[in-house]
Design a protein around this ligand. Structure first.
Ligand SMILES: *[C@@H]1O[C@H](CO)[C@@H](O)[C@H](O)[C@H]1NC(C)=O
Ligand SMILES: CC(=O)N[C@H]1CO[C@H](CO)[C@@H](O)[C@@H]1O
Length: 224
């Protein structure tokens, strides 16, 4: 009995101490299809800082899973990657028009800037697009480089854990002058991966502009 109690206490302490700004609470995946002459599809997995930014993360995770609002389903599924700026970012997440003209948050329509515990310190950071303070909805972007001038303007809430090569390949898709892709670049599926328990990213991992968990079995690309 005593042994059991000690074991429980000890196993709880690291969990409690662990939660913080660098804790990944959820993993969200996006399967993205590029309908070029030679079509391909790839998967991006994003770790979400849900402990530091619960409001922002709940919005993102809910929209990735699909969020029912009255008769409408707001979901990242079928959204176009509507803005590609090489060496800077790719952007998507218009759950209304799918093409970048709009967006909705689960707190309909917009929500606050919850905080800025994370910086655009490398490639692979995920943040809310906005049109000024406290105007976040569903659109988000993924950085292709360090972009610190966006710190404290856009709330960084996630980091690519796996599939940064997919993001980089998307950045090579041809666009018009506004960064809109010339071929359909569509999120064909999105959702969450099951996570046994939250985990912390180390400072070295946070600095890394590359995959943090290269171990997943699925290949990053499939040529169709
Ligand atoms: C988390 O980030 C906030 C905002 O930058 C900061 O004030 C706080 O000290 C950080 N917490 C820890 C435990 O580092
Ligand atoms: C990127 C995005 O979703 N922007 C929205 C933010 O909020 C404003 C209103 O405050 C909307 O007009 C934008 O569409």
């Amino acid at each position: 009995m005593l042994v059991g109690l000690v074991a429980v206490v000890f196993s709880l302490i690291p969990l409690v101490a662990q939660a913080g700004n660098n804790t990944i609470t959820d993993e969200v995946f996006f399967d993205i299809k590029v309908d070029a002459t030679e079509p391909w599809t790839g998967r991006i997995v994003i770790g979400v800082f849900g402990d530091a930014l619960p409001i922002t993360s709940f919005n993102f995770v809910s929209l990735a899973k699909g969020f029912k609002h009255r008769e409408e389903l707001w979901t990242y599924k079928n959204c176009q990657v509507h803005r590609i700026v090489p060496d800077f970012l790719i952007q998507t997440g218009d759950v209304v028009y799918r093409d970048g003209r709009g967006g909705r948050s689960v707190y309909a329509p917009y929500f606050i800037d919850e905080g800025f515990p994370h910086s655009h310190r490398a490639a692979g950071y995920v943040a809310n697009a906005n049109v000024g303070p406290d105007s976040n909805a569903s659109q988000f972007y993924i950085t292709l480089t360090k972009a610190r001038w966006l710190d404290n303007r856009n709330v960084v809430f996630g980091k690519v854990i796996k599939g940064l090569d997919v993001v980089e390949r998307l950045a090579k898709v041809q666009t018009d002058a506004n960064g809109y892709p010339r071929v359909p670049v569509i999120i064909t599926n999105s959702g969450t991966l099951s996570l046994a328990e939250p985990y912390d990213l180390t400072e070295a991992e946070l600095d890394k502009g590359d995959d943090i968990r290269p171990g997943y079995a699925a290949p990053d690309f499939v040529e169709l």
